[in-house]
Design a protein. Structure first.
Lengths: 90, 135
């Protein structure tokens, strides 16, 4: 078992085109470290200066992790984490 | 080139007019890979601002999952400018994150006429494209 991570089109260059990858960790932060180890460069697209990037949305199952505990949010086997770039502009 | 039906074109314009002077935003979904905008999805502008827009993150999650389940993709991502021309701003360019989408910009700065233009935005580069509305 592992945590399933859904990758948006724009970040699939880091996952050899895969729409979905797997990772492990006890918190979202650990999961992202694990993803970085497997897919070099992906972590930096999600985290900047120790925090989630402002214009990247990360969801645990169907909840935005900003409304949970951010990078400290506990994750477990069987969870699904979805990454979506925010749609924003001026 | 963006080919879009008159009906969908008019729905985008009506949404932009309704939310003026705040920016309006939304998506038109279509079958993945088809490049055909078909399903109109107006979105909440979580910023409720005349100078900025951002999709509400929870609404975006639901809409993106629904598209995924239906094997659709965001063919058009639209938003309005309410005081400036229908050209992507610097923030529009830096946050553009759907390489396959047509970015439609509508300007409601004039009461009589609505500018409606479409762009591809990829790696910080903007390319305007013609908009074709079949009669």
């Amino acid at each position: 078992m592992a945590i399933e991570v859904r990758i948006p089109t724009i970040l699939r260059t880091y996952t050899d085109g895969a729409k979905q990858v797997e990772g492990t960790g006890a918190t979202l932060g650990e999961l992202i470290d694990d993803l970085e180890a497997r897919h070099a460069g992906l972590g930096a697209r999600l985290i900047d200066g120790g925090a989630l990037r402002r214009f990247v949305n990360v969801y645990l199952n169907d909840e935005d992790v900003r409304f949970l505990s951010g990078l400290e949010t506990p994750v477990k086997d069987g969870d699904t984490v979805t990454v979506l770039p925010a749609v924003a502009g001026g | 080139m963006l080919t879009i039906s008159k009906d969908l074109h008019d729905k985008i314009v009506a949404h932009a007019r309704k939310d003026h002077p705040d920016e309006a935003c939304g998506v038109i979904a279509g079958p993945a890979g088809s490049d055909r905008p078909e399903r109109f999805i107006p979105m909440e502008n979580a910023e409720r601002s005349p100078t900025f827009y951002r999709f509400d993150s929870q609404e975006q999650f639901r809409v993106w999952r629904e598209m995924d389940d239906r094997d659709e993709e965001p063919v058009v991502i639209y938003h309005s400018h309410t005081a400036t021309e229908a050209y992507p701003s610097r923030t529009d360019i830096s946050y553009a994150s759907e390489p396959n989408a047509h970015y439609v910009l509508v300007s409601t700065r004039s009461d009589d006429e609505t500018e409606f233009r479409s762009y591809r935005i990829l790696d910080g580069e903007v390319t305007e494209e013609p908009v074709h509305v079949p009669e």
